[in-house]
Structures are given as C-alpha cells and as structure tokens.
Design a protein around this ligand. Structure first.
Ligand code: HEM
Length: 196
C-alpha cells in the first residue's frame, strides 16, 4: 500500500525559507544600499517606485480569499496603500500599476514570506529616512513599525505560515516562490535605478 503524502505543519518552514534564500537576501540588501536610496529625496523617490512595483504586484495575493483563510489578517498587512501615500507625501505621481504576480497558491506563500520578512530590514531603512526629514506620518509610512512592534507581527506571521499543512510538492513551491520574489525585487531595483 502506498503511504498517503504527509500533510503536517512544519515548525521549520520559515527557518528553511530563510536558509534557502539567504544569498538572495544578501544580494538584494547590497543592491539596495548600492542604489543609495537615502542620499536625497530624489533617490528616495526612486526607491518608492521600486516598492510601488513590488508591493503593487503582490496586492492581489494580499487580497486573495483563499490565502486570507490560510493566513488570517493577511489583507491588513499589505503595504501598498502606505507606499502610495508616501509617494503622495513627496508630491510624486503614482506610477502605473504593475502586472500582478503569477503564482500558484503555494508559490504565493513564498512571495508573501519575502514581502513580510522585508519588514524586519525596514527598521534599518526607516532610520535612514529620518535624515531626509521623513517619518512614519510623512513619506516613510510603509517602512514604519506596526504599533504592536515589528517582531510581534513577524512572529505571528511565521507561526501561521509554519502551521500550514503542505505536501512535499507544495513545500518546494513555497521555496521557489520566495526565490522568485527576491528575483523580481532585484529586477525592479535594476530597472528603476538603471541610470545610476
Ligand atoms: C538594505 C536593505 C535591507 C536590509 C539592510 C535588510 C536587513 C534585514 C535584517 C537585519 C533582517 C533580520 C534578520 C534576522 O533577524 O535574522 C532581515 C530579514 C529579512 N529580510 Fe531584509 N533587508 C533589506 C532588504 C530586504 C528586501 C528588499 C527584502 C525583500 C524583497 C528583504 C527580505 C527579508 C526577509 C524575507 C527577511 C526575513 C528572514 C527570516 O528571518 O526568515 N529584505 N533583513
């Protein structure tokens, strides 16, 4: 008799995602800093365009009914509206909407892991925006911590993602989704900051 594929929550899922994407994370981190997004408001405006593309492409996932059942409260986590408010604060036009990401439900979980995890590094970016005279209610809303704190939000998200029942094929898709998300972020960065 063939054993049914095991469907179990995996308390190590996010840890494995972190390990599988750490090189991608480091290269994105280096590219962001090399783009000098906090050197001037003009450059920060370009960084907002990158964020607008990335978070805009994920909006449909944050709004997805099935994903909201798997990860309750997901909809409220999207930072897209805050990115738009930041652009308006700086008097910049809203870029045209980007193509939504095309991902299977399991890949979508990897994309969301990448997007939610980026809130941790945002603490560091948020500090830099202060040099530009920006704050959580002016131009840097999407980088500001949640009133309950970044760590609590992240721990809750990790617990939910780790708690999902996935089979082996889906597990591999989650990893592929996270890697694709970092790839896409790199692509947006390169396009927006292409002329230095
Ligand atoms: C200069 C830019 C960035 C810096 C300095 C930075 C820094 C950090 C730091 C310090 C952490 C916390 C690591 C830990 O507590 O173990 C982190 C986590 C993370 N960052 Fe970044 N980050 C940057 C950009 C990004 C971007 C653009 C993305 C996504 C597109 C991203 C995705 C993540 C993810 C997914 C995690 C969670 C890792 C985990 O614990 O599973 N980061 N980042």
């Amino acid at each position: 008799m063939t054993a049914a594929p095991s469907l179990i929550p995996d308390s190590g899922r996010c840890k494995r995602l972190k390990a599988a994407s750490s090189r991608d994370h480091d290269s994105v981190d280096q590219l962001v800093m090399a783009a000098r997004p906090f050197e001037s408001r003009e450059r920060y405006g370009r960084f907002l365009q990158v964020q607008h593309r990335f978070h805009g492409s994920l909006l449909a996932l944050y709004q997805d009914e099935r994903l909201n059942l798997q990860l309750p409260g997901l909809l409220a986590l999207s930072r897209f509206a805050a990115v738009e408010a930041d652009l308006r604060d700086l008097g910049l036009p809203l870029p045209s909407p980007v193509q939504p990401v095309c991902a299977s439900p399991a890949q979508a979980l990897g994309w969301l892991y990448c997007s939610e995890g980026s809130n941790l590094g945002a603490a560091f970016l948020f500090k830099h925006t202060q040099r530009l005279g920006l704050a959580g209610d002016l131009g840097a809303r999407h980088l500001a911590p949640h009133p309950d704190g970044r760590a609590l939000h992240w721990r809750e998200f990790v617990a939910r993602l780790d708690g999902l029942l996935l089979d082996e094929r889906e597990e591999a898709q989650v990893v592929a989704g996270a890697i694709a998300a970092f790839d896409s972020y790199r692509g947006h960065l390169r396009e927006v900051f292409t002329d230095g």
